[in-house]
Write a protein that binds this ligand. Structure first.
Ligand code: FES
Length: 175
């Protein structure tokens, strides 16, 4: 409020000078004159406030851009979604999860140092396969797959689709 008065008082004086009036109002000025001074002052004040806002927003944006921390691929190794903590899967076991595309999938740990993931959709006619350790079996027509997703028994002829994964800081993520 104080700041508004500081801005508006000189403006009012300027408006009054422009209208060939005394700097301070006198009691013999009619209400129409006072209203005119008030309106012109408010108009000028509004224009200044709008210009100040535009400049302030522009300056704030520039400052925000300048302060935005730079990141590079080296600073933050890009990783996909986390599937599970590596410690949560014991060697020789598997864990079901949902792939980024929404399909059911399995994460396998065939050896202590190996993690593999496969889309759990049978390549024969699309039924969901089950992990039956150490491989997979399709309940629909009996296809079987080994722990590398390769067909070990038909009618399926194609391997399960592998989902690339990696271990980052103890977390198995989509690569
Ligand atoms: S859909 Fe899996 S064996 Fe046919």
């Amino acid at each position: 409020m104080k700041m508004m008065r500081r801005v508006l008082l000189p403006l009012r004086a300027k408006v009054r000078r422009k209208l060939a009036l005394l700097t301070r109002g006198t009691p013999d000025e009619g209400p129409a004159v006072q209203e005119d001074v008030k309106r012109r002052t408010a108009l000028r004040g509004g224009l200044i406030a709008a210009a100040t806002t535009v400049v302030g927003v522009a300056a704030g944006s520039a400052l925000g851009l300048a302060r935005r921390p730079e990141t590079s691929p080296e600073d933050s190794p890009s990783t996909g979604p986390v599937i599970a903590a590596a410690a949560d899967i014991t060697a020789g076991s598997a864990k079901p999860f949902t792939a980024p595309n929404g399909a059911p999938a399995y994460l396998l740990r065939p050896t202590p140092d190996t993690f593999l993931a496969f889309n759990a959709t049978c390549t024969h006619q699309g039924c969901p396969v089950s992990y039956v350790g150490p491989g997979f079996r399709c309940p629909c027509h009996g296809s079987t797959f080994d722990e590398n997703g390769r067909v070990t028994g038909g009618p399926a002829r194609a391997s399960l689709i592998e989902i690339p994964v990696k271990v980052v800081d103890g977390q198995v993520t989509i690569a």
